[in-house]
Design a protein around this ligand. Structure first.
Ligand code: DX5
Ligand code: ZN
Length: 239
């Protein structure tokens, strides 16, 4: 069954404020050329990206270190697109106000890092921004059960977080479909975002599982022409 546009269930999924059921592309700047970051961001903005996805890594929760609030602030100045900030850090509560002040529009925390998840989600919302929750590929979905109605975004990882350019873990596809069902059955409006290994060649399958927001790093920034790549992705997902 196609979940791209025809399924009656899809009509109850998250709808952007415009009222259309538009799927979103979120380029991850982890794969951008940081020596010309503003230009890279402008290029994906011109290519009609919907969000700018920023991967924050601390060297503890994941085996890599990337950027902090200082870079988020710089990215804020370079674009009007919503900043979708993915926190792959231990003790995220300590940094939430800093990332909010830096200009994040969505702050997503990993359930694996949160001892008091409900409190942290409320804390993010208190900053006046959207709150997301993310699950690693092997983290079971029951972790969502008591928070699904409180979040604005659910981020399903389809690689083990830490690096761009990894291969999509195919066994995550049924997991995405299961989250879609949980959202639809509960009439929850959170966006369903998928992150890791998404390319033009597999984005259609990811869409059919019920994804709303597609994060792509290497597939976009590693391509010759960002506009062509994003257009090709949209064609594959029926947008
Ligand atoms: C992985 C990050 C991803 C990553 C995606 O830990 O959360 O956002 O940058 O990169 P690709 O699309 O290359 O897998
Ligand atoms: Zn990410």
């Amino acid at each position: 069954m196609s979940r791209v546009d025809k399924s009656p269930l899809y009509s109850v999924a998250y709808k952007p404020s415009g009222g259309q059921n538009v799927k979103k592309i979120a380029p991850s700047i982890l794969s951008a050329d940081f020596t010309k970051l503003a230009k890279e961001i402008k290029a994906v903005e011109d290519a009609k990206a919907d969000y700018i996805h920023i991967d924050v890594m601390d060297g503890h929760f994941v085996p890599n270190i990337t950027v902090g609030p200082f870079i988020v602030e710089a990215v804020r100045k370079a674009t009007r697109l919503p900043l979708d900030v993915h926190l792959m850090i231990e003790n995220p509560d300590k940094f939430i106000p800093d990332f909010a002040k830096a200009g994040s529009d969505i702050l997503t925390v990993h359930v694996e890092t949160c001892r008091h998840l409900h409190r942290i989600i409320q804390y993010i919302k208190e900053q006046g921004i959207r709150a997301g929750v993310s699950l690693n590929p092997t983290t079971p979905l029951h972790q969502l059960e008591h928070i699904i109605g409180d979040v604005d975004l659910i981020l399903i990882m389809t690689v083990n977080p830490g690096f761009s350019g990894q291969s999509f873990i195919k066994s995550c596809l049924p997991k995405i479909a299961q989250v879609r069902r949980m959202l639809d059955e509960g009439n929850h409006k959170a966006e369903l975002e998928v992150d890791g290994g998404i390319k033009v060649s597999n984005i259609s399958a990811v869409a059919q599982a019920g994804t709303d927001v597609f994060v792509a790093g290497s597939a976009i920034f590693g391509s010759e022409n960002y506009k062509k790549t994003i257009s090709a992705m949209r064609l594959e997902i029926g947008e």
